[in-house]
Design a protein around this ligand. Structure first.
Ligand SMILES: Cc1ncc(C[n+]2csc(CCOP(=O)(O)OP(=O)(O)O)c2C)c(N)n1
Ligand SMILES: [Mg+2]
Length: 512
């Protein structure tokens, strides 16, 4: 892929998203965009307007968008050209006019080196931009670039937010800047304007799986309802709050490698992040990907979404399709005393009247592979960026919100990231919170990742495992918690039935 491909794809995707007017202020870095826009103008699919001064170009676009009531794109070269968009951007932001500022840039590694016409131009429009979307000819492919344009246009148009305005689409072009234009391509994305309750009807009778990632309880319930109404297999991460009923498939990670090949459509609810087989599924070009999202920040890391909607109706599935998934489904907890046993015991001790907050390391993935439970607590985790910080404090907030009994189940390093949250202020109301720690003295998740390979064994413990040898029972007890340590499933069961509010389960670390 090259700069001419990037320029061509941006123009094609703008056209696919309904852009009819583009204003160009010429330069060198933006050459591929200029050539592609000129070709589209000659083909009659776009009106190209050329202005020398970027400030004039931007205000011209503002007028076109104001009267035309659809997003207009402005193309500039790199450097001070971008800053000249600011006045029109400010006006557009404050009058709600949809503009996509396509700012050509040098590859990031040139910024700050004294390279010609190069400055840090990200955020050059300051608070006027509703968002900044970044593309580079040196990373991703045409589908990824088109997906960036989709987001820019949808954000500028306010389709999902009801707040139109200016967006910066910053595109890094590496040399060579010109070349033979690839054939024009179409990049359709059906984004329904935000209309809660209006469902997209997926008409074609494709073999469908409903995929539910991290989601609030109401969205999880809707994912489960859609799967059950259609009789479709339900792949539900633990904090999807959808993981229950006859359609939920506990052992989906393994099955995606076999039956997964036959999937023709995936309907996504929430924010799936937990496993590589799911990430791979979301990147497959042969799968029709429908995203159910109430916002403009729909998840689509594989850049394959074809529909974004508030709700969806899926045609009824052939019974054999679900039956095959169910027949192959299996989930076991195995021998010994591991994170799996802890997760299963904790989940098994809680019903729908409880809340459970899961730490964002191995424990949530372990919970993801457990058998589907009949009566599950409401589940939460910080999966936005999957940090292991602030988990206990988050759980106290969740417990305070609804005054429901709340358990937080986390790894030992995750506890250490948030020791401050164990301090209970004497003058403050404190919620009913219990902490359960799966203590394997270090970060066991890294054993399952690339750095867990034998090649890195010499460095592993020091720079990934990081055992601290901390007596977490003593730490918690010093802060006034009723803390106990357990090392067997039986003792854990007893502790969960006791009034202990800080339970440290010493588990074996995989790989040791
Ligand atoms: C704030 C933050 N720092 C670092 C990381 C990287 N990280 C992810 S998991 C992990 C180790 C977690 O260890 P532990 O809580 O003991 O859980 P385990 O993997 O042993 O189950 C680290 C350091 C992160 N996600 N967030
Ligand atoms: Mg650990």
């Amino acid at each position: 892929m090259s700069s001419i491909h990037l320029g061509s794809t941006i123009i094609d995707a703008l056209i696919s998203m309904g852009t009819r007017d583009v204003v160009l202020a010429p330069g060198s870095r933006s050459a591929a965009l200029a050539l592609a826009a000129d070709r589209a103008d000659r083909a009659g699919v776009l009106r190209l307007h050329v202005r020398v001064d970027e400030r004039v170009a931007a205000f011209t676009a503002l007028g076109l968008a104001k009267a035309g009531q659809r997003p207009v794109a402005v193309i500039t070269t790199s450097g001070t050209a971008v800053a000249n968009l600011a006045p029109a951007a400010m006006e557009a932001r404050n009058s709600g006019i949809p503009l996509v500022f396509v700012t050509a840039d040098r590859p990031a590694h040139f910024v700050g080196t004294g390279a010609s016409q190069t400055a840090d131009q990200l955020g050059a429009l300051g608070p006027s931009a509703l968002g900044v979307i970044r593309l580079s000819s040196e990373s991703g492919d045409a589908a990824a670039w088109a997906a960036g344009v989709h987001r820019a246009v949808v954000l500028a148009a306010g389709h999902r937010t009801r707040q139109p305005g200016p967006v910066q689409l910053n595109a890094e072009f590496a040399a060579p800047l010109v070349g033979e234009l690839p054939a024009p391509a179409e990049w359709p994305l059906l984004v329904s304007p935000s209309q809660p309750g209006v469902a997209h009807r997926a008409e074609r009778p494709l073999r469908t799986v409903v995929l539910a990632g991290d989601a609030p309880p109401e969205m999880g319930a809707e994912a489960r309802r859609v799967a059950e109404a259609a009789g479709a297999p339900l792949v539900a991460e633990p904090t999807s709050n959808a993981r229950g009923g006859g359609c939920a498939i506990a052992g989906y990670r393994d099955l995606l490698g076999t039956l997964g090949a036959e999937i023709e459509r995936v309907v996504v609810f929430g924010h799936p992040t937990l496993s590589r087989p799911v990430t791979a599924l979301l990147s497959r070009p042969d799968v029709e990907l429908i995203i159910v999202s109430p916002t403009a920040a729909w998840p689509d890391p594989g850049h394959r979404a074809v529909v974004v909607a508030d709700a969806v109706e899926v045609p009824e599935q052939d019974e054999a399709w679900l039956a095959r998934w169910r027949a192959a489904d299996a989930a076991t907890v195995g021998e010994g005393f591991t994170q799996r046993h802890v997760a299963q015991a904790v989940l098994g001790s809680l019903d729908g009247g409880h809340d459970l907050v899961l730490g964002s390391s191995s424990i949530i993935r372990v919970a993801d592979a457990l058998p589907v439970a009949d009566d599950s607590p409401r589940l939460f985790a910080n999966r936005g960026v999957a940090g292991i910080d602030g988990t206990i404090a988050t759980a106290t907030g969740i417990a305070l919100a609804d005054a429901r009994p709340t358990t937080v189940l986390i790894g030992d390093l995750t506890v250490q990231h948030d020791l401050g949250a164990l301090v209970r202020p004497t003058l403050e109301p404190w919620p009913g919170l219990r902490v359960v720690v799966a203590d394997d003295d270090g970060g066991s998740i890294f054993h399952t990742l690339e750095q867990g390979a034998p090649d890195y064994a010499d460095s592993f413990e020091r720079v990934f495992g990081t055992p601290q040898g901390l007596d977490l029972v003593a730490v918690a007890a010093a802060m006034g918690w009723r803390a106990v340590r357990v090392a067997t499933a039986e003792d854990l069961g007893d502790a969960l039935r006791s009034d202990a509010d800080f339970i440290v389960a010493t588990v074996t670390r995989p790989g040791l």
